[in-house]
Design a protein around this ligand. Structure first.
Ligand SMILES: [Zn+2]
Length: 278
C-alpha cells in the first residue's frame, strides 16, 4: 500500500516537472532592461533646472518613457556624479535612481526601494544647466522588477506584486531573487535591473532571462493554515495540479500529505486555501 502510494507520488511529481519543461523555468525568455543612474524630475524642479524643458534623445522600452538629451550633476555630502541622464516625462516627485557604488561616492545611504516609494530616503542636490534644486528625499537604489501585461501574467502564472526569481547570465549566471512583478496593460515585458547588478551576472541590455518561479520566501507556506477544518471525508494525501485546478475554495491535506510543485503554482494562481488537518 505504502509502496503504491510512493509510486503514485513519484510519477505525479515527475509529470509536473516535465510539464514545467524539466527546468523549473516558466514561460518564454524575457529581455533584460539595464538602467544606468538617472533622475526623474517633477514639473517644478524641471523648470528650475532646464528653462526650455526636456529634449527627447531616445525612447525607452516602456511605452511613453524616454531618455532626454539633458543630464544633471548630483552633489552629495562626499562627492558628485556628473552626466546623470534625465528621463521623461516629468513625474509627481523628483527621484534619483543610483547604484550602491554611486551611493558610496555621493556619501548617502543606499536604500533599495520601489520606484516612487521615497519616504525616508536621502535627499540630494541636483544641478542642471539653468539652476539647481535641493530635494529632501528621493535618492533610491531601484528594486529590480519585472514589467509585464495582464496577458503575460497569465502565461507566467504570476500577479502584480508577486516576488519572483529570475535566472540570468551565462559565465557569471545568477538567480536574482526578490524581483517584484509589475502588471499593467501599459507595460512591455522586461526585466529591469541596474547596471551594477547586471554586471554581477555579466548581463547586457536585451539579453534574455528566464522566470524560475516565486521567491522562496513567498511560496505557498504562507497559505497553508492549520485552522480547525469543517470538512467532509478524510483529507488528501497528495494534491496534484489537476486536483488544485478542480478545487473550489479550500483543499484539506492530511498531516504529512504532499503538494506537487505545479499544484502549488495552481493553488497560488487560483487563490485556493490549503488546510492541513490535525
Ligand atoms: Zn522599470
Amino acid at each position: 500500500m505504502e509502496h503504491e502510494l510512493i509510486k503514485t507520488i513519484v510519477s505525479r511529481v515527475a509529470a509536473d516537472i516535465l510539464q514545467a519543461g524539466g527546468t523549473g523555468r516558466i514561460g518564454p525568455p524575457i529581455p533584460a532592461g539595464v538602467s544606468n543612474r538617472h533622475v526623474h524630475l517633477s514639473e517644478e524642479d524641471l523648470a528650475k533646472l532646464f528653462k526650455n524643458g526636456l529634449t527627447k534623445w531616445r525612447d525607452l522600452s516602456q511605452p511613453g518613457q524616454f531618455a532626454a538629451q539633458e543630464t544633471v550633476i548630483l552633489a552629495g555630502p562626499k562627492g558628485t556624479l556628473e552626466k546623470v541622464r534625465v528621463l521623461g516625462p516629468a513625474r509627481k516627485r523628483s527621484q534619483a535612481e543610483i547604484t550602491v557604488s554611486d551611493a558610496y561616492q555621493l556619501g548617502v545611504a543606499a536604500l533599495v526601494r520601489e520606484s516612487g516609494k521615497i519616504a525616508g530616503t536621502p535627499g540630494i542636490t541636483i544641478i542642471g544647466s539653468d539652476g539647481s534644486v535641493q530635494i529632501d528625499e528621493g535618492v533610491i537604489v531601484a528594486q529590480r522588477h519585472l514589467h509585464m501585461t495582464p496577458e503575460d501574467a497569465e502565461v507566467f502564472k504570476v500577479k502584480d506584486g508577486d516576488l519572483v526569481e529570475i535566472a540570468a547570465g551565462e559565465a557569471r549566471a545568477l538567480i536574482f531573487d526578490q524581483v517584484i512583478v509589475r502588471v499593467s496593460p501599459d507595460y512591455q515585458l522586461a526585466f529591469h535591473i541596474d547596471f551594477e547588478e547586471a554586471n554581477a551576472a555579466g548581463l547586457k541590455q536585451d539579453d534574455p532571462v528566464r522566470l524560475v518561479g516565486l521567491s522562496r520566501s513567498s511560496r505557498i507556506d504562507a497559505q497553508v493554515t492549520e485552522e480547525p477544518a469543517n470538512r467532509q471525508g478524510p483529507g488528501l494525501t497528495l494534491i496534484t495540479e489537476e486536483v488544485a485546478r478542480q478545487a473550489k475554495g479550500s483543499l484539506y491535506l492530511t498531516p504529512g500529505g504532499l503538494i506537487t510543485p505545479l499544484a502549488r503554482d495552481m493553488i497560488r494562481e487560483r487563490g485556493i486555501e490549503v488546510i492541513t488537518l490535525k
